[in-house]
Design a protein around this ligand. Structure first.
Ligand SMILES: O=C(O)CCC(=O)C(=O)O
Ligand SMILES: [Fe+2]
Length: 240
C-alpha cells in the first residue's frame, strides 16, 4: 500500500470503526487456499460446533489455530502478513494472540449454518472471505458496545451486551452494516467493540473464511478456558 492509501485507510478505520478491502487476495490466491483446506480435510475431520443460542445459533465447523500452525503453514503465513496491514491501518503495534488455538481460525459454514451475535475477546479482527455463497452475510454494528472500563468480562458487562443485542436496541442505537462474502474480501473491525453475527447460508456450497485475531502483547482474557471450550469443543456444553 502507498503512504497516501495508508493514511486514508487509517482515517476511514478511525471514523467508521471498520475497513473493507475488495480483492485483498486474487481469485487464484483464494482458490489455492481453498485447495489446501480441501486437502487437509481429505485426511482429517473438522470439529463441528453447534450451540443452540437464540435468536441465532452458533453453527459452524472450525479448523483452529493449533492445526493451522502445524498443518497449513500458508494460512499461518497469511496471518503474519495481515498483521502488517492491521498495524498500518490502526497505527498500533498489535500481535497475533498468545493463545494459538484462538489466534487464527478457518470457519466453515454449511447450508443453514450461522454465527451467533457476539463481540470477539480481542481488539482487532480481520476476516478474509475465500468464496461467494448465497446468504451467509455478516451483519455488524461498528463501535456499538458500551464497555465497562475495568470489567470487560464481568457479569454486568454480559447483561449490557445481551440487552444491546436485542433487535430494538440494534436498530435504534446502532449503524447496521451487511456484507456479502466474496472471494478475496478483507474486513477489519474492532472485534471487541463491534457487535456481529452471520446470517444463514442458503445454498449447499460451504462458506469458507479465515478469521485472524490481533491484540496488544499483554492482552489477557479472564474468560479464556470457558470460552475456548464453548467455541472449539464439539461436545455439548451447558451454562449459556
Ligand atoms: O465468519 C464471519 O464472517 C464472522 C466470524 C466471527 O465473527 C468469528 O469467528 O468470531
Ligand atoms: Fe467474531
Amino acid at each position: 500500500m502507498k503512504n497516501s492509501q495508508i493514511t486514508k485507510s487509517l482515517e476511514e478505520f478511525q471514523t467508521t470503526g471498520y475497513f473493507l478491502q475488495e480483492n485483498f487476495l486474487s481469485q487464484t490466491e483464494c482458490d489455492s487456499l481453498l485447495q489446501l483446506i480441501f486437502d487437509y480435510r481429505q485426511t482429517n475431520s473438522v470439529s463441528k460446533i453447534y450451540r443452540n443460542i437464540k435468536p441465532i445459533p452458533l453453527n459452524r465447523s472450525v479448523i483452529d489455530g493449533k492445526i493451522i500452525q502445524s498443518q497449513i503453514p500458508e494460512v499461518q503465513k497469511l496471518y503474519e502478513t495481515v498483521n502488517q496491514v492491521i498495524n498500518n491501518l490502526t497505527n498500533k503495534q498489535l500481535f497475533p494472540l498468545q493463545d494459538i488455538q484462538v489466534g487464527c481460525n478457518i470457519n466453515i459454514t454449511e447450508k443453514g449454518g450461522t454465527y451467533q451475535w457476539h463481540y470477539d475477546r480481542n481488539a482487532i479482527t480481520a476476516l478474509l472471505y475465500l468464496n461467494k455463497v448465497d446468504g451467509g452475510e455478516i451483519e455488524f454494528y461498528p463501535n456499538y458496545r458500551i464497555t465497562l472500563p475495568s470489567a470487560k468480562f464481568s457479569r454486568f458487562q454480559s447483561v449490557i451486551d445481551r440487552v444491546k443485542q436485542l433487535s430494538f436496541f440494534r436498530h435504534t442505537f446502532g449503524k447496521q452494516i451487511i456484507i456479502k462474502p466474496q472471494p478475496g474480501l478483507l474486513l477489519v473491525m474492532a472485534g471487541d467493540k463491534c457487535l456481529h453475527s452471520v446470517r444463514p447460508v442458503t445454498e449447499v456450497k460451504e462458506r469458507i473464511n479465515i478469521v485472524m485475531a490481533y491484540d496488544l502483547p499483554n492482552a489477557s482474557f479472564v474468560i479464556k478456558e470457558k470460552l475456548n471450550t464453548y467455541l472449539y469443543n464439539s461436545e455439548e456444553v451447558f451454562n449459556n
